[in-house]
Design a protein. Sequence first.
Length: 172
Amino acid sequence: MNLPIKFCCLACFAIALSSCSRKSDAGLYKEGMEAESQKSFSVAADRFEEVVDRFPASAYAESSLTRLSVIYSNEQYDARKALATYQRYYALFPGSRQAPSMLFLVGYMYNNELHNLDSARLTYELFLRKYPNDTLAQSARFELQNLGKDLNQAVPENVTQAPQQEGTTSHP
């Protein structure tokens, strides 16, 4: 056999072998969940990212993005990665029942973590146009009214005080 034919056969064999060793979306997701349960958050994030990259239309991709958002927000405290994950989820699964929450969280991250008020305003306004009756609509309106304010300035004083019971008097 001449050299070019041997090379082509070897290359085809290598490609076939590598594609057979690739894991399925379910396998990668399972590995991600196991790593997350063992608090190996970097490994878990890598597996979940691979699910989304290789199988973006899969139900496992949707679940992987949810897990990634938790890891980036609550475990690795990476606001930029969390924001990118919320945005990616919303872009890939706009009809999902979690889509409104993910869009709200985009605005929340812009406002409260990254202090990008223009992007926060645009996101909350989009949220209210698309989901005016969602359970988070009231929170989006509150966030819009108080963009850039310190929480102590945003919450009225009478909301932060405990209500008095009837028949009791206030003591200084």
